[in-house]
Design a protein around this ligand. Structure first.
Ligand SMILES: [Zn+2]
Ligand SMILES: [Zn+2]
Length: 389
């Protein structure tokens, strides 16, 4: 895989695949005959372009093994990253092309089958694909200051999932067992509050019952700890949908806006800040409310929200649901730079949705996050110490 797909952009225009082969023509024709393929746009001895799922173009290129690293680097992009890389090459007496690095002093072509070797030939540390957007990564590589990016295996638990107590489809125990199978140490069951009536929000009495049910379920579990949480709605006047006395008895509180997202920038920013300043709120869920292709983010003053979150030690969420990815890569990077911790959560409504965590990791890597920036990369003990209560 190459292109924007490999860079893990939140949306991609087409899909680029590179391969090496001893018999390229056989690979190209097998590719063009795959059941997914609806239309073959073009086909030649070493490449083919096809359409899948009505609109998605997939391009396959077969390249020589000896230049695979150089070609992969080239087709991964971004264009802006590659322009800067070619400038670095020239300043060091090389010309970088799609297939090779040419030493200008004697016109010698150097071929690399590994991408890492392209970067090291230019005196650079390997830059992960997610960072290749010309957003300072080449400068950081030159100075030896590239971050050690977060990986999926660094995640110790999920701090925002639903159960069948509200609009989830799995029981608390089923969610815990699925999380244990992912080798998580903890999972926080955060069902909705009453204002989100269509999602089966729990009355205060039901939440009290759930606190007891989670404690009982913990007795039956080994190797994973259930945390009793709430996804409390931030109402249109900025108040929370449960009393503080109840929120203080939860292990983890996620506060989110679900209604009134059309309010003015001042009103929305004020709502978020009053939730952030509540001593029981640990995480702000899907902070900008955007849904990709459907709903723009709220009008909000992100800098003010980040300042309040940093000041109070409140984490902001990277909601991993593929249509949300909220915070976005750009906003999550701004949060990190403002000293705000991020919580990367699935917001799963059934056990299989726990797996969307990987999309949140993509966002985190594009935001240059390291494990120390992420609340749920902490082991349970340290997590409990880091939460506000
Ligand atoms: Zn929500
Ligand atoms: Zn939720």
């Amino acid at each position: 895989m190459a292109g924007s797909f490999r860079r893990a952009r939140e949306t991609v225009g087409d899909i680029d695949i590179l391969a090496t082969a001893t018999h390229p023509q056989e690979i190209v024709s097998a590719f063009s005959r795959m059941p997914l393929v609806q239309e073959v746009l073009a086909s030649g001895p070493t490449k083919a372009s096809v359409i899948v799922q009505d609109t998605i173009q997939v391009d396959l290129r077969i390249v020589e093994h000896r230049s695979f690293g150089t070609v992969l680097q080239y087709f991964t992009g971004s264009k802006e990253h590659n322009v800067k890389l070619r400038q670095i090459a020239l300043s060091r007496g090389y010309s970088l092309s799609e297939y090779s690095l040419t030493r200008l002093s004697d016109n010698q072509d150097l071929f690399f089958d590994r991408e890492e070797d392209v970067y090291s030939a230019l005196g650079l540390a390997y830059i992960p694909p997610e960072m290749r957007e010309d957003q300072g990564e080449i400068e950081a590589a030159l100075q030896g200051h590239l971050p050690e990016l977060l990986e999926l295996k660094d995640i110790r638990g999920d701090l925002h999932v639903h159960s069948d107590w509200s609009d989830g489809r799995a029981t608390i125990l089923e969610m815990a067992q699925a999380a244990a199978a992912l080798e998580y140490e903890y999972i926080a069951i955060c069902d909705h509050s009453p204002a989100v009536g269509i999602a089966g929000g729990l009355s205060p009495e039901r939440l009290e019952e759930k606190i007891r049910a989670v404690a009982a379920a913990n007795e039956q579990l080994e190797g994973i700890t259930l945390l009793c949480g709430a996804e409390v709605d931030i109402k249109s006047d900025g108040r929370l949908d449960y009393p503080d006395s109840l929120l203080s008895r939860c292990d983890v509180v996620v506060a989110s806006i679900h209604m009134g997202g059309q309010q003015s920038e001042r009103a929305i920013t004020g709502r978020l800040i009053s939730a952030i300043e509540n001593e029981n709120v640990d995480i702000i869920g899907h902070p900008t409310g955007r849904v990709i292709g459907q709903r723009d983010p709220y009008d909000l003053d992100l800098a003010m929200v980040l300042e309040a979150a940093a000041r109070t030690g409140t984490a902001l969420e990277i909601n991993s649901y593929p249509a949300r990815l909220d915070l976005s890569d750009v906003n999550a990077r701004a949060a990190r730079e403002a000293g705000v911790k991020l919580a990367i959560n699935s917001d799963a409504h059934d056990a299989s949705q726990l797996l969307v965590m990987k999309y949140g990791i993509n966002v985190a890597r594009r935001a240059w996050l390291e494990s120390k920036d992420v609340l749920n990369a902490l082991p349970l003990k340290e997590l409990l110490a880091a939460l506000k209560r």
